[in-house]
Design a protein around this ligand. Structure first.
Ligand code: SAM
Length: 434
């Protein structure tokens, strides 16, 4: 992370934390010396976690808050709800009567208070949603409010900084026009450092309730069976398509073809054919394997499906990988990084530890300090980290936007780009620092 050790005195500037969740923005902004004047979140569990950690009781539903009730502030931060734009949600975008329109509550507050800066975050899909029209609406609304905004959505992920989580998100940086222009944010992907999951994993002895996170015997046996499958099949390349064991039979016996081929979309027909071909090429082995695999009580529905997403390897071994139990099957990723934490319970399995990721490890993946007090309810804690913003990225984008020369040198085409006229007094990055 960038100059992690530098701390500015709290009160250097003020900020508000809309849709605050558990305070990913709060962590990053406070480290830079920001004083939080206001926070809000509709979720009572998030509000509780926020209060426990920061001593601030957030307001609830933003749509019920008048802009005048919010104190004036220098920086507005908002990771606004993303279901309306996310692949996992309904993707209605602004047409979503509730979650899609919350962006306009941000605009309402910006228009009233005209903070010097705003930093917004959302899912990657926002950049392409509705053929770019969603981004255009967001951009135009912020420009109309009197801000310079990065012209294209900036897409960034913690793994670009060496944090082992792939989580591409859109970051929107806004500077009030009288403060100064924003240089373009340029990221050279050649510089991506390598990641290691070990950088965030706890030793087993450090986990007080370890047994709650360990895989059961039945789960281990179920994964062992999938391992035997991967190691036993003969094929040029490991299946890049989802493996559906229902298709390991003659076409006339395939339950997915009960209604015939024509009712199925092309992509599904394609996967059925590929699975059938795999079965034909490995009939003897797969038939024997299926008998054994089906003896495990877990082997049905989504657990009878596999999604190999770990690339080519000579001797696949699931226990060296990161796995997730998803509605679409057991998803297997490389062992070097975690897929994006999500708000729904699809907690990653750390193959080599034969256990699920703990909330503390999720906190580390989001760069929260170990002193952060997680929600005591495990499911809530997973959800909260799945929703939160990565703290190191808040730090990076805040420094870039405030004009930290060192950060701009790395992420701007032109490090000589004129600095903002009116920096926060104690945040004067003009001289840079080492
Ligand atoms: C993507 S999360 C933001 C997480 C936050 N940035 C963090 O670091 O934890 C969006 C948050 O918006 C909250 N939210 C949804 N609708 C809301 C509303 N009408 N008013 C206030 N908060 C709302 C959700 O409860 C959720 O915590």
């Amino acid at each position: 992370m960038q100059n992690n050790e530098i701390k500015f005195p709290i009160g250097t500037f003020t900020y508000i934390d809309l849709f605050c969740g558990i305070g990913g923005f709060h962590q990053g902004m406070s480290k830079l010396g920001g004083e939080c004047l206001y926070a809000c979140d509709i979720d009572p569990d998030c509000r509780k976690t926020y209060e426990v950690n920061y001593g601030i009781r957030p307001d609830g539903d933003i749509t019920k808050v008048r802009a005048e009730e919010i104190p004036p502030h220098d920086v507005l931060c908002a990771g606004f709800p993303c279901q309306a734009f996310s692949k996992a949600g309904n993707r209605l975008g602004f047409a979503d009567a509730t979650k899609g329109t919350l962006f306009f509550d941000i605009i309402r507050i910006i228009n009233h208070h005209k903070p010097k800066y705003a930093l917004l975050e959302n899912v990657r899909n926002l950049a392409s949603h509705d053929h770019g029209n969603t981004w255009k609406t967001i951009y135009d609304s912020l420009v109309d409010a009197g801000y310079y905004v990065n012209a294209d959505p900036v897409i960034f992920s913690p793994h670009y900084l060496g944090i082992p989580q792939h989580r591409e998100r859109v970051f929107i940086m806004c500077v009030r026009k009288d403060i100064g222009k924003l240089p373009p944010f340029v990221f050279n992907s050649v510089k991506i450092p390598s990641c290691s999951v070990d950088s965030i994993l706890l030793e087993d002895y450090e986990i007080p309730d370890l047994d709650k996170f360990m895989l059961s015997k039945e789960q281990i046996d179920w994964i062992d069976n999938w391992n035997e499958f991967l190691q036993g099949i003969k094929c040029d390349k490991l299946p890049g398509f989802p493996v559906w064991t229902d298709c390991f039979c003659e076409y006339e016996d395939n339950p997915l073809l009960k209604e015939g081929w024509d009712v199925l979309p092309k992509w599904e027909q394609n996967f059925i054919k590929k699975n059938h071909d795999l079965w034909v090429a490995n009939k003897e082995f797969i038939n024997q394997w299926l008998v054994k695999a089906r003896q495990n009580r877990l082997f049905f529905g989504s657990k009878a499906k596999l999604e190999w997403q770990a690339g080519e390897t000579h001797s696949p071994n699931l226990w060296e990988h990161i796995m997730q139990i998803r509605p679409s099957g057991l998803r297997v990723k490389p062992g070097t990084y975690f897929p994006a934490l999500v708000a729904i319970t699809q907690t990653s399995i750390v193959g080599k530890k034969r256990r699920f990721l703990t909330p503390r490890e999720c906190a580390r993946l989001q760069s929260f300090p170990d002193s952060f007090q997680c929600d005591v309810k495990k499911a809530q804690a997973y959800k909260q980290f799945g929703n939160s913003i990565n703290v190191d990225l808040v730090d990076l984008f805040a420094r870039f936007r405030f004009g930290d020369k060192n950060v701009r040198k790395v992420y701007s085409q032109d490090s000589q780009f004129p600095q903002p006229k009116q920096l926060m007094p104690a945040l004067n990055f003009e001289e840079g620092y080492d």
